[in-house]
Design a protein around this ligand. Sequence first.
Ligand code: CA
Length: 352
Amino acid sequence: MALALSAVEPNPSGDAPYLRIATEEAYASREFLSAVSQLVDEGVDDPGLAAFFGYMLHSEAPRPTFVRERLPDLGEARLSDMDATGIARQILSMAAPGPNPFGADRGTALARNANDELEDACQRQPDRFSALATIAPQAPNAAAAELDRCKSRGFVGAIINSHVQHEYLDAQKFWPIFEAAESLDMPVYLHPTTPSKALIGPMLDRRLEGAIFGFAVEAGLHALRLIVGGVFDRFPRLRLVLGHLGEALPFWLYRLDYMFKAGGRRSRESRAARPPSEYLRENVWVTTSGMPWEPAIMLCRDVLGADRVLYAMDYPWQFEMDEVRAHDALPLAPDEKRQLMQTNAEYLFGLR
Ligand code: CA
Protein backbone atom coordinates (compact mmCIF):
# COMPACT_ATOMS: atom_id res chain seq x y z
CA MET A 1 0.00 0.00 0.00
CA ALA A 2 1.49 3.32 -1.01
CA LEU A 3 0.69 6.67 0.48
CA ALA A 4 -1.60 8.66 -1.78
CA LEU A 5 0.49 11.62 -2.86
CA SER A 6 -1.80 14.06 -4.53
CA ALA A 7 0.96 16.33 -5.73
CA VAL A 8 3.29 13.82 -7.35
CA GLU A 9 3.40 13.88 -11.11
CA PRO A 10 6.04 13.00 -13.68
CA ASN A 11 9.21 15.02 -13.29
CA PRO A 12 7.98 18.56 -13.91
CA SER A 13 11.39 20.09 -14.29
CA GLY A 14 13.60 17.66 -16.08
CA ASP A 15 14.74 20.86 -17.74
CA ALA A 16 15.76 22.49 -14.44
CA PRO A 17 19.16 24.13 -14.97
CA TYR A 18 20.62 22.18 -12.07
CA LEU A 19 20.69 18.68 -10.68
CA ARG A 20 18.68 18.17 -7.54
CA ILE A 21 20.91 16.41 -5.03
CA ALA A 22 18.92 15.41 -1.96
CA THR A 23 21.24 15.09 1.02
CA GLU A 24 19.26 13.62 3.94
CA GLU A 25 17.45 10.63 2.52
CA ALA A 26 16.75 7.79 4.90
CA TYR A 27 17.33 4.07 4.54
CA ALA A 28 16.94 1.21 7.00
CA SER A 29 17.29 -2.51 6.34
CA ARG A 30 14.52 -4.92 7.32
CA GLU A 31 17.01 -6.45 9.76
CA PHE A 32 17.43 -3.07 11.41
CA LEU A 33 13.69 -2.30 11.55
CA SER A 34 12.94 -5.61 13.20
CA ALA A 35 15.83 -5.13 15.67
CA VAL A 36 14.41 -1.74 16.72
CA SER A 37 10.93 -3.23 16.90
CA GLN A 38 12.25 -5.93 19.22
CA LEU A 39 13.95 -3.32 21.45
CA VAL A 40 10.66 -1.45 21.76
CA ASP A 41 8.71 -4.65 22.48
CA GLU A 42 11.23 -5.61 25.17
CA GLY A 43 10.63 -2.29 26.97
CA VAL A 44 13.76 -0.33 26.02
CA ASP A 45 14.80 2.31 28.57
CA ASP A 46 14.11 5.17 26.18
CA PRO A 47 10.65 6.76 26.35
CA GLY A 48 11.05 8.62 23.05
CA LEU A 49 12.10 5.52 21.17
CA ALA A 50 9.18 3.61 22.65
CA ALA A 51 6.60 6.31 21.88
CA PHE A 52 7.63 7.59 18.46
CA PHE A 53 9.23 4.52 16.91
CA GLY A 54 6.67 2.26 18.52
CA TYR A 55 4.11 4.18 16.49
CA MET A 56 6.15 4.36 13.28
CA LEU A 57 6.96 0.66 13.38
CA HIS A 58 3.52 -0.66 14.24
CA SER A 59 0.85 1.75 13.02
CA GLU A 60 -1.19 0.80 9.94
CA ALA A 61 -1.88 4.48 9.13
CA PRO A 62 -0.80 5.56 5.60
CA ARG A 63 2.30 7.56 6.51
CA PRO A 64 4.06 5.05 8.77
CA THR A 65 3.09 2.28 6.37
CA PHE A 66 4.65 4.15 3.44
CA VAL A 67 7.78 4.94 5.45
CA ARG A 68 8.21 1.30 6.52
CA GLU A 69 7.83 0.15 2.91
CA ARG A 70 10.27 2.64 1.47
CA LEU A 71 13.03 2.72 4.10
CA PRO A 72 14.49 -0.69 3.09
CA ASP A 73 14.03 -0.13 -0.65
CA LEU A 74 17.23 0.67 -2.52
CA GLY A 75 15.83 -0.27 -5.91
CA GLU A 76 12.87 0.34 -8.18
CA ALA A 77 10.39 1.96 -5.79
CA ARG A 78 12.92 4.47 -4.49
CA LEU A 79 14.26 5.24 -7.96
CA SER A 80 10.77 5.76 -9.31
CA ASP A 81 9.96 8.16 -6.45
CA MET A 82 13.17 10.03 -7.29
CA ASP A 83 12.21 10.18 -10.96
CA ALA A 84 8.72 11.40 -10.10
CA THR A 85 10.11 14.31 -8.09
CA GLY A 86 13.11 15.11 -10.28
CA ILE A 87 15.78 14.02 -7.79
CA ALA A 88 19.03 13.27 -9.60
CA ARG A 89 20.88 11.81 -6.63
CA GLN A 90 20.10 10.80 -3.08
CA ILE A 91 22.72 10.81 -0.37
CA LEU A 92 21.52 7.81 1.61
CA SER A 93 21.82 7.58 5.36
CA MET A 94 20.71 5.24 8.12
CA ALA A 95 17.37 6.25 9.64
CA ALA A 96 17.06 7.23 13.31
CA PRO A 97 17.71 5.85 15.84
CA GLY A 98 20.52 4.11 13.96
CA PRO A 99 22.60 1.61 15.93
CA ASN A 100 22.76 3.96 18.94
CA PRO A 101 20.31 2.16 21.31
CA PHE A 102 21.93 -1.28 20.99
CA GLY A 103 24.77 -2.89 22.91
CA ALA A 104 28.23 -2.06 21.58
CA ASP A 105 28.76 -5.34 19.71
CA ARG A 106 25.23 -5.56 18.28
CA GLY A 107 25.32 -1.90 17.24
CA THR A 108 28.68 -2.31 15.56
CA ALA A 109 27.44 -5.37 13.64
CA LEU A 110 24.24 -3.60 12.56
CA ALA A 111 26.27 -0.64 11.33
CA ARG A 112 28.60 -2.85 9.33
CA ASN A 113 25.72 -4.75 7.71
CA ALA A 114 23.97 -1.49 6.84
CA ASN A 115 27.14 -0.15 5.25
CA ASP A 116 27.58 -3.31 3.18
CA GLU A 117 24.02 -2.91 1.86
CA LEU A 118 24.55 0.78 1.13
CA GLU A 119 27.81 0.08 -0.67
CA ASP A 120 26.04 -2.48 -2.88
CA ALA A 121 23.29 0.03 -3.69
CA CYS A 122 25.82 2.72 -4.61
CA GLN A 123 27.70 0.29 -6.83
CA ARG A 124 24.48 -0.70 -8.58
CA GLN A 125 23.41 2.93 -9.11
CA PRO A 126 26.57 5.06 -9.10
CA ASP A 127 24.78 7.92 -10.85
CA ARG A 128 21.84 8.00 -8.43
CA PHE A 129 23.11 7.07 -4.96
CA SER A 130 25.88 8.12 -2.60
CA ALA A 131 25.94 7.15 1.07
CA LEU A 132 26.93 8.24 4.54
CA ALA A 133 28.58 5.65 6.76
CA THR A 134 26.59 4.22 9.65
CA ILE A 135 28.47 3.92 12.93
CA ALA A 136 27.73 2.79 16.48
CA PRO A 137 29.07 5.66 18.63
CA GLN A 138 28.75 3.57 21.81
CA ALA A 139 31.85 1.71 20.55
CA PRO A 140 33.97 4.76 19.64
CA ASN A 141 37.11 2.97 18.48
CA ALA A 142 35.17 0.46 16.39
CA ALA A 143 33.17 3.40 14.97
CA ALA A 144 36.40 5.17 13.99
CA ALA A 145 37.65 1.97 12.32
CA GLU A 146 34.35 1.62 10.45
CA LEU A 147 34.69 5.19 9.16
CA ASP A 148 38.11 4.28 7.82
CA ARG A 149 36.72 1.14 6.13
CA CYS A 150 33.85 3.12 4.64
CA LYS A 151 36.06 5.95 3.38
CA SER A 152 38.01 3.46 1.29
CA ARG A 153 34.71 2.17 -0.12
CA GLY A 154 33.50 5.51 -1.40
CA PHE A 155 31.25 6.71 1.42
CA VAL A 156 31.05 10.51 1.43
CA GLY A 157 30.51 11.19 5.14
CA ALA A 158 29.04 9.72 8.31
CA ILE A 159 25.70 9.94 10.06
CA ILE A 160 25.01 9.98 13.77
CA ASN A 161 21.42 9.93 14.96
CA SER A 162 21.94 12.18 17.99
CA HIS A 163 22.04 10.93 21.58
CA VAL A 164 23.72 7.67 22.44
CA GLN A 165 21.69 6.00 25.17
CA HIS A 166 21.08 9.48 26.64
CA GLU A 167 24.70 10.63 26.34
CA TYR A 168 25.97 13.36 24.03
CA LEU A 169 29.09 13.30 21.89
CA ASP A 170 30.76 16.24 23.60
CA ALA A 171 31.84 13.63 26.18
CA GLN A 172 35.47 13.01 25.37
CA LYS A 173 35.14 9.25 25.27
CA PHE A 174 33.41 9.73 21.89
CA TRP A 175 36.11 11.93 20.40
CA PRO A 176 37.97 9.14 18.53
CA ILE A 177 35.00 9.40 16.14
CA PHE A 178 35.63 13.09 15.48
CA GLU A 179 39.36 12.53 15.23
CA ALA A 180 38.76 9.91 12.50
CA ALA A 181 36.14 12.03 10.70
CA GLU A 182 38.49 15.01 10.64
CA SER A 183 41.52 13.09 9.46
CA LEU A 184 39.50 11.18 6.83
CA ASP A 185 37.83 14.43 5.76
CA MET A 186 34.34 12.94 6.18
CA PRO A 187 31.55 15.37 7.15
CA VAL A 188 29.45 14.16 10.10
CA TYR A 189 25.70 14.55 9.66
CA LEU A 190 24.17 14.98 13.11
CA HIS A 191 20.60 13.83 12.53
CA PRO A 192 17.81 14.00 15.13
CA THR A 193 16.18 11.27 17.07
CA THR A 194 13.63 11.58 19.87
CA PRO A 195 15.00 13.50 22.88
CA SER A 196 16.99 11.82 25.60
CA LYS A 197 15.28 10.79 28.85
CA ALA A 198 16.22 13.95 30.73
CA LEU A 199 14.90 16.20 27.97
CA ILE A 200 11.72 14.51 26.83
CA GLY A 201 9.41 14.61 29.89
CA PRO A 202 6.99 17.45 29.10
CA MET A 203 6.87 16.58 25.40
CA LEU A 204 5.34 13.13 25.70
CA ASP A 205 1.83 13.84 26.93
CA ARG A 206 1.29 16.31 24.08
CA ARG A 207 2.98 14.08 21.48
CA LEU A 208 5.64 16.69 20.75
CA GLU A 209 8.60 14.30 20.97
CA GLY A 210 8.88 13.59 17.23
CA ALA A 211 9.67 15.63 14.14
CA ILE A 212 7.03 18.21 15.06
CA PHE A 213 9.37 19.68 17.72
CA GLY A 214 11.33 17.23 19.87
CA PHE A 215 13.71 16.20 17.09
CA ALA A 216 14.89 19.78 16.59
CA VAL A 217 15.26 20.43 20.33
CA GLU A 218 17.32 17.27 20.69
CA ALA A 219 19.61 17.78 17.68
CA GLY A 220 19.96 21.54 18.20
CA LEU A 221 20.96 21.00 21.81
CA HIS A 222 23.39 18.27 20.77
CA ALA A 223 25.08 20.51 18.19
CA LEU A 224 25.32 23.35 20.67
CA ARG A 225 26.89 21.01 23.24
CA LEU A 226 29.54 20.06 20.65
CA ILE A 227 30.27 23.73 19.99
CA VAL A 228 30.36 24.92 23.59
CA GLY A 229 32.10 21.72 24.70
CA GLY A 230 35.14 22.57 22.58
CA VAL A 231 34.89 19.83 19.94
CA PHE A 232 35.72 22.28 17.13
CA ASP A 233 38.57 23.86 19.06
CA ARG A 234 40.12 20.40 19.32
CA PHE A 235 39.17 19.40 15.73
CA PRO A 236 39.14 22.66 13.76
CA ARG A 237 38.77 20.99 10.36
CA LEU A 238 35.81 18.85 11.45
CA ARG A 239 32.73 19.47 9.30
CA LEU A 240 29.29 19.02 10.81
CA VAL A 241 26.01 18.90 8.88
CA LEU A 242 22.66 19.68 10.48
CA GLY A 243 19.30 18.99 8.87
CA HIS A 244 16.07 20.95 9.17
CA LEU A 245 17.83 24.27 8.52
CA GLY A 246 20.18 23.89 11.45
CA GLU A 247 17.58 22.74 14.00
CA ALA A 248 16.65 26.39 14.74
CA LEU A 249 20.18 27.44 15.76
CA PRO A 250 20.54 30.00 12.92
CA PHE A 251 17.43 31.80 14.22
CA TRP A 252 19.06 32.04 17.67
CA LEU A 253 22.46 33.19 16.43
CA TYR A 254 22.40 36.73 17.83
CA ARG A 255 21.30 35.69 21.29
CA LEU A 256 23.62 32.69 21.46
CA ASP A 257 26.55 35.01 20.88
CA TYR A 258 25.26 37.75 23.16
CA MET A 259 24.72 35.43 26.10
CA PHE A 260 27.92 33.51 25.45
CA LYS A 261 29.87 36.75 25.66
CA ALA A 262 27.82 37.92 28.64
CA GLY A 263 28.53 34.90 30.78
CA GLY A 264 28.76 31.53 29.11
CA ARG A 265 32.42 31.85 28.24
CA ARG A 266 33.33 32.40 31.85
CA SER A 267 31.71 29.20 32.99
CA ARG A 268 33.80 26.13 33.68
CA GLU A 269 31.45 24.07 31.56
CA SER A 270 32.19 26.01 28.38
CA ARG A 271 35.46 25.10 26.72
CA ALA A 272 34.82 26.97 23.47
CA ALA A 273 37.27 29.77 22.73
CA ARG A 274 34.95 31.74 20.48
CA PRO A 275 31.25 32.67 20.26
CA PRO A 276 28.94 29.99 18.82
CA SER A 277 28.28 31.84 15.55
CA GLU A 278 31.92 31.51 14.52
CA TYR A 279 31.75 27.72 14.61
CA LEU A 280 28.35 27.72 12.95
CA ARG A 281 29.82 29.73 10.08
CA GLU A 282 33.07 27.80 9.79
CA ASN A 283 32.38 24.18 10.75
CA VAL A 284 28.65 23.70 10.12
CA TRP A 285 26.52 23.23 7.01
CA VAL A 286 22.72 23.02 7.11
CA THR A 287 20.26 21.31 4.82
CA THR A 288 16.67 22.19 4.00
CA SER A 289 15.31 18.73 4.92
CA GLY A 290 11.64 18.99 5.83
CA MET A 291 11.83 22.80 5.78
CA PRO A 292 10.87 23.92 2.26
CA TRP A 293 9.99 27.36 3.57
CA GLU A 294 11.28 30.49 1.89
CA PRO A 295 11.68 32.82 4.92
CA ALA A 296 13.65 30.24 6.89
CA ILE A 297 15.84 29.21 3.94
CA MET A 298 16.63 32.83 3.14
CA LEU A 299 17.46 33.56 6.79
CA CYS A 300 19.92 30.67 6.90
CA ARG A 301 21.59 31.79 3.68
CA ASP A 302 21.76 35.30 5.08
CA VAL A 303 23.21 34.54 8.53
CA LEU A 304 25.38 31.48 7.76
CA GLY A 305 26.36 32.14 4.15
CA ALA A 306 25.00 30.93 0.83
CA ASP A 307 27.69 28.28 0.57
CA ARG A 308 26.51 26.63 3.81
CA VAL A 309 22.89 25.80 2.90
CA LEU A 310 22.03 22.78 0.78
CA TYR A 311 18.98 20.95 -0.41
CA ALA A 312 17.48 17.85 1.21
CA MET A 313 14.05 16.28 0.90
CA ASP A 314 13.88 14.07 4.05
CA TYR A 315 12.57 11.10 2.08
CA PRO A 316 10.64 8.96 2.82
CA TRP A 317 9.41 10.79 5.93
CA GLN A 318 8.48 13.80 3.79
CA PHE A 319 7.78 13.05 0.14
CA GLU A 320 5.93 15.98 -1.40
CA MET A 321 6.23 17.31 -4.92
CA ASP A 322 5.05 20.71 -3.68
CA GLU A 323 8.15 20.91 -1.51
CA VAL A 324 10.41 20.41 -4.52
CA ARG A 325 8.46 23.12 -6.33
CA ALA A 326 8.89 25.43 -3.32
CA HIS A 327 12.65 25.11 -3.71
CA ASP A 328 12.45 25.71 -7.46
CA ALA A 329 10.43 28.86 -6.77
CA LEU A 330 12.83 30.47 -4.29
CA PRO A 331 13.69 34.09 -5.16
CA LEU A 332 17.27 33.27 -6.12
CA ALA A 333 19.34 33.89 -9.23
CA PRO A 334 19.94 30.79 -11.38
CA ASP A 335 23.52 30.37 -10.15
CA GLU A 336 22.39 30.71 -6.51
CA LYS A 337 19.72 28.07 -7.02
CA ARG A 338 22.26 25.76 -8.58
CA GLN A 339 24.48 26.29 -5.55
CA LEU A 340 21.64 25.40 -3.17
CA MET A 341 20.36 22.39 -5.09
CA GLN A 342 23.58 20.96 -6.50
CA THR A 343 27.03 22.45 -6.13
CA ASN A 344 27.14 22.98 -2.35
CA ALA A 345 26.44 19.24 -1.97
CA GLU A 346 29.06 18.36 -4.57
CA TYR A 347 31.62 20.43 -2.71
CA LEU A 348 30.73 19.34 0.83
CA PHE A 349 30.54 15.64 0.04
CA GLY A 350 33.25 15.58 -2.63
CA LEU A 351 30.92 14.23 -5.29
CA ARG A 352 33.15 15.17 -8.20
CA1 CA B 1 15.54 12.80 8.27
